[in-house]
Design a protein around this ligand. Structure first.
Ligand code: ZN
Length: 335
């Protein structure tokens, strides 16, 4: 069972209040990753289902809220890839759980079309509570064209009182037909001061929070996830560019290929900025090795862009990492 949902960050709480005051049966929460789309979608769903909700959100104490916390609310349908469901503590159906336990297959990284069909059937059943039903789709960009088409009609004309909240950090990957059926909400970033105060309240020490906040490019939930899940320490981040220039993978060894490539892109961005005489964003100037020429850095940036499209393909992770380090070292060698 998942832990009770922690209090929303103040900037998410403000966005929740804005959304609760606006009519609309389908919201698309979009913006760069790490801004709290999922947390806001949860709070909105919970408030929609709570019979005692106010303009500030759900009451947090009624049967509906408790059912929501336990992930067993009968009027809630959460549509997400199996990988996300496992990571976020959502139960899988019995058959899926059995198949995964028996290692018949790996957890799916996309929302399965079967799950979307079940969601459509869910919307056609009578809801149990007085608050109607809620469908949470996270993240909506993990739907194939077929899966997305399955839910178009339901999204446009839901039977009874069904509300939808969709999240994404890749809005350009959604079908225009999905986008046009939703009201759109662009996620708001907190100020540095707000974020640092909040991160410290979440247990990230002040000296760590400052470095990791810079590393995040302004995404508070990224800091929390990297700190808690990947054990990223400020020191590891600060030392990483120079380690990499000497041929050591460093912090890349701790993270998923997608996250590793994103880190390489941040480093490459900063090298390119310095080469053009601009200040770096993700690192302090003294943490960077001597910048290569702008031409060399730009070429590396382009290669990383291509790699990121294939980051989740099941290459040999060790070999892949080695190749990235070799390439990074070459790109960072001063001319
Ligand atoms: Zn409640």
């Amino acid at each position: 069972m998942a832990d009770a949902t922690p209090a929303l960050a103040p900037w998410l709480q403000q966005q929740l209040q804005t959304l609760l005051h606006r009519p609309g049966h389908a919201w698309l929460l979009h913006g760069p990753s790490g801004l709290g789309q999922y947390e806001l979608a949860l709070a909105l769903s919970k408030a929609w289902l709570c019979p005692h909700a106010t303009g500030h959100g759900a009451c947090g104490a009624c049967a509906s809220c408790l059912g929501f916390e336990r992930r067993t609310h009968a009027d809630l349908c959460a549509l997400m890839p199996e990988t996300h469901a496992i990571e976020l503590g959502w139960p899988l159906d019995e058959k899926t759980q059995q198949d995964l336990d028996d290692k018949k297959r790996k957890p799916g990284k996309d929302i399965r079309v079967e799950a979307a069909r079940e969601m459509v059937a869910f919307c056609q059943t009578t809801h149990l509570g007085d608050q109607g039903q809620v469908v949470l789709i996270h993240p909506a960009d993990r739907m194939s064209g077929i899966t997305a088409n399955t839910l178009l009609k339901t999204l446009e004309e839901p039977a009874g009182q069904t509300r939808f909240v969709l999240t994404t950090d890749a809005v350009h990957q959604l079908l225009p037909t999905i986008r046009s059926r939703c009201l759109s909400h662009a996620m708001v970033s907190p100020s540095a001061q707000e974020a640092l105060t909040w991160l410290q309240a979440q247990g990230v020490p002040a000296d760590q929070a400052e470095v990791l906040w810079r590393a995040s490019g302004g995404r508070p939930n990224w800091v929390l996830d990297r700190h808690r899940l990947d054990g990223l320490q400020a020191e590891a981040w600060s030392q990483w560019p120079r380690q990499l220039a000497r041929g050591h993978a460093g912090w890349l060894e701790q993270v998923s290929p997608t996250e590793g490539l994103a880190s390489l892109q941040k480093l490459c961005h900063d090298l390119l900025a310095v080469a053009h005489g601009a200040p770096p964003v993700f690192f302090r100037p003294e943490e960077l090795p001597k910048s290569p020429s702008a031409r060399k850095a730009a070429q590396w940036a382009q290669e990383l862009q291509t790699l990121i499209r294939h980051a989740e393909h099941p290459f040999n992770a060790g070999l892949q990492l080695q190749a990235w380090v070799v390439r990074a070292r070459q790109a960072m060698r001063p001319d």
